[in-house]
Design a protein around this ligand. Sequence first.
Ligand code: F6R
Length: 613
Amino acid sequence: MCGIVGYIGTQKASPILINGLLRLEYRGYDSAGIGVLENGAISVMKDKGRVNNLYNIDGINDLSGTIGIAHTRWATHGVPSKENAHPHKDNSGEFAVVHNGIIENYNDLRKFLTDKGYNFYSQTDTEVIPNLVHYYYHQDEKDDEQRLLRAVNNACKDLKGSYAIELISKEHPDMMIVVRKDSPLVIGKGYKENYISSDIPAILSFTKDFYLIDDNEIAVLTRENVEFYNDNLEKVDKKLESIEWSATAAEKDGYEDYMLKEIYEQPNAIRETIGSRLPEDGPCYFEDLDFSKEYLSSINKIYIVACGTAMHAGLVGKNMLEKLCKINTEVDIASEFRYRDPIINEKTLCLFISQSGETADTIAALKLAKSKGAKTLAISNVIGSSITREADYSIYTHAGPEIAVASTKAYTSQVVLIAILAIYFAEILESEHYAILKDLKQEVLSLPAKVENALKSNKRIQDFARKVYNEKDMFFLGRGVDQTVALEGSLKLKEISYIHSEAYAAGELKHGPIALVEKGITVVGILTDPKLVEKSISNIQEVITRGAKTFIITNQELPADKFDMIIKVPEVNPLLSPIVSVVPLQLFAYHISKEKGLDVDKPRNLAKSVTVE
Ligand code: F6R
């Protein structure tokens, strides 16, 4: 998804901007550009393709201005091209803008501006913004310090949709304006310099002090100061937040790819997720939650709403909440939930899971649930992210920054966090025996070591990946909770290896999809629930008879000669088994992608943070 960087200070802006863009590359993009203000003009340099291509643009190294804006674009309106790349200027060249998000009414605004004599040179929705600002700026007869702020605010009032905007003006060489609505943006505070970015890792090497700008707020940045206003242009006080992550936590740490690093970080990420929430003696504890028995008993339904991998974590969570808390729990895809008029009222608790906390559909679903009177609880990895600011309650996975597009440690830490949440609810509700909950807590505490153990199969998984990486189709099968892991394994494989795969409940195969099974196809079986293993083996037998190769993830003793490869993982309570059994599936997808020579961290067509609908 698009990325934004900005700088105002005393140093040359262009290297800081390009460096920031490079750190945002993981979000996915198709073009990049910077705009630097110097000698009374704004120089815009942009192109299609990689950020590094910017270095080939004539004159880019000579830019000496100390204020600038920068952008990586992921096309929504208009093809990836130099013309459509940001920054965009207004017709007179007075203002330059970079923008994330989508302006839904840009056609109407284009018409309005065209009627006033403005011309458009790109296919983007963004180009209306600098021209609208120009329009309002020159409509304003008062030439005081706030003229630019007023013009930007007036322009924003005309915009429908989502946006994070950075604007510079040649008439105001010592000022930058940023605005945010439903699109991420943070401001980093330095000494006599300030930074802007779509997310924290891009500027973490410059500062650890951040302001989190809220929806519909405008910030005016000078070298010395950052001032915040609401959309009535009243001043807003902001607290400076300090971020604990080190810049190196966002680097690769010697691993070939971010994805592999993040897979190996899982034991630690899970430890961080557990933190102090499972005290040795005493009930589960969440610093930011204060649910009463009375309230929890009044809930008649829990919805878990999320997208992609986060939704798969929700499927595991459903199982836990229903088993431990005896509350009917439904999982929904955010993009479906938001448009299907779900039955929600004040007796509904809605959980929203989002690693980034910026997924547009999940945020919209949350707003819908709130508007219908439900209590909302966000589960995110990013402190201060949009979803956590909208929700009634927020709890964090604390898994550290996840850079690879394919989510790994976020999934396992989300599942761990929901497990602790389910135990916390069950303790308050007294809906499950004390001894069972006590055992389960011990099992949660044992997870880092068990995941560590599962990682030891890496070499054998790589060997098997080498045998099958050229295949065109694969199936992932499991029953019960293993089926939810099958979905996640299949998604991981698709997204980074581009191999078509399907996940099925093992018992469902013979109702249609088995017609696709023939010699050469690979079937991945996840067999961890002792009660269901025998049944699943019978289903796997059916595909073996039809010539499929089999790759089995299990914690049971199975006859080695029956399958092409068995990966044994440590045994754990079936409610928690996805946290361990997903690890070989992540490694399997990783090695297949590597064997195919693909870009593991930045798969085609995908973005880390899906901030548009
Ligand atoms: C897949 C993946 C995506 C995300 C989904 C939701 O590996 O990463 O499916 O899980 O886009 O993202 P968040 O959790 O940021 O809302």
